[in-house]
Design a protein around this ligand. Structure first.
Ligand code: PXP
Length: 255
């Protein structure tokens, strides 16, 4: 399969809110950062409304949706697959909802959603969101039974969790990283055959993005922590532009 050349970049702005919340005030504003990210070349904005509201809050989500509607860009609303969150997403009507596993004690989303075991919990939520006009994505590990379970839960998209791949590279374990990459390539082929759109996200950086961006079936990457971190040193616009350049270069090489 030839890669579809353009790969979308969703910028996750959660950690602008983390910084704001460290002081408890209004600054920096994640909505201002989202506007800048779009001006700098982001194709969409991703934000995670956690049950403990540790970064993004309910008002942020409403304002982000208003901004995305104003600018004609998609909002990808990440949330746990629970009723409280479903009610909020049904009211906000974002372009996309990505269901993720969530544990209060974790620092970040540590693994993929167990779509196979949570089938009965996820399916009605996925259906209600889809009927309300949002594209439903499940954030899963690239393993065959989770991909087929995502399809049967009614998802239109799967986002493969790249955290373990990124971590293996950080640890210098290139064999493990290569094996995980192979699994994510095979997962993309399986998902594509099932009619699921393929996204990737978590832990992506300038150093590890190329191999992921070169996967032919990939349509979107969602990147947050690294870009927001680089915004402090190189600036938000240059960080987004450099990520865009690396993604475009990877597509050129792969095509
Ligand atoms: N995609 C999903 C589904 C996520 O939960 C996250 C983290 O919130 C990301 C992408 C972005 O990960 P990172 O902040 O490590 O780039």
């Amino acid at each position: 399969m030839l890669p579809q050349k353009y790969l979308r970049l969703g910028v996750n702005i959660d950690h602008v809110a983390t910084l704001r919340n460290a002081r408890g005030g209004l600054h920096p504003d994640p909505v201002d950062a989202a506007r800048l990210a779009i001006k700098a070349g982001a194709d969409g904005i991703t934000a995670h409304l956690r049950e403990d509201r540790r970064h993004i809050n309910d008002a942020d989500m409403k304002r982000l949706q208003a901004l995305c509607l104003e600018l004609g860009k998609p909002l990808n609303f990440e949330m746990a697959g629970v009723e409280e969150m479903a009610e909020i997403a049904l009211a906000i009507k974002p372009h996309a909802v990505c269901l993720v596993p969530e544990k209060r004690t974790e620092r970040t989303t540590e693994g993929g959603l167990d779509a196979a075991n949570l089938h009965n919990q996820i399916t009605p939520i996925a259906r209600a969101l889809a009927e309300n006009g949002s594209r439903v994505s499940l954030f899963i590990e690239a393993v065959p039974h989770q991909i087929s379970a995502s399809k049967s839960c009614g998802a239109q998209v799967v986002e493969f969790h790249t955290g373990a791949y990124a971590h293996a590279l950080d640890m210098g374990d290139t064999d493990k990283a290569e094996a995980l990459l192979d699994a994510m390539r095979a997962g993309a082929r399986q998902a594509d055959k099932l009619g699921l759109e393929v996204h990737y996200g978590h832990g992506l950086t300038f150093d590890n993005v190329t191999a992921i961006a070169a996967i032919p079936e990939a349509k979107e990457l969602n990147i947050g922590h690294f870009i927001i971190g680089e915004a402090i040193t190189m600036g938000l616009r240059p960080a987004i532009e450099e990520m865009r350049r690396l993604m475009d270069a990877a597509r050129e090489i792969a095509s």
